[in-house]
Design a protein around this ligand. Sequence first.
Ligand code: FES
Ligand code: FES
Length: 171
Amino acid sequence: MTEPAKPAPAPKTISFTLNGRPRVAVIEGWEKILDVLREDLNLTGTKHGCDDYTCGACTIVMDGDARKACVFPAAKLEGATVLTIEGLRRPDGSLHPIQRALIEAGAVQCGFCIPGIVMELYALFTKTPDASDEQLRAALAKHYCRCTGYEAIYEGAKLAQRYMKEEAAAN
Ligand code: FES
Ligand code: FES
């Protein structure tokens, strides 16, 4: 005998910090964090790929850690501090050093995987500026890229690490 379908949770208002600003959202049903970002808040820089915790395209930074937004229920946003690719935009419109490094290394082709990789590297280098090659490769292994092969992405990530360190030293 099949179990009766579980009733969807009632709509709920949540408050969180998104890209440095307080936000309130009403979440409905079984929404995931990715749904809130892309559908409710129109932040489409975070990509919707496999929907299955595999490709890494939906990666955001939540409370300092890289997280796959397709997995977590939207209710987890309550009280959280979230950074998406849109939040890396500099006040003067210039690219973040991680984005610059990936472009310079030829790691960006169609670009679909790039926002997730940028957020993964941002979390890694913010927490661990001297991340080892092993740590770097382990972080990149969470992401699929259909276009580039992975060496250019690895080279771009090494360059990004250098740029972030130089920027930290200059400030
Ligand atoms: S869309 Fe989330 S891991 Fe692929
Ligand atoms: S650049 Fe196209 S999927 Fe990575």
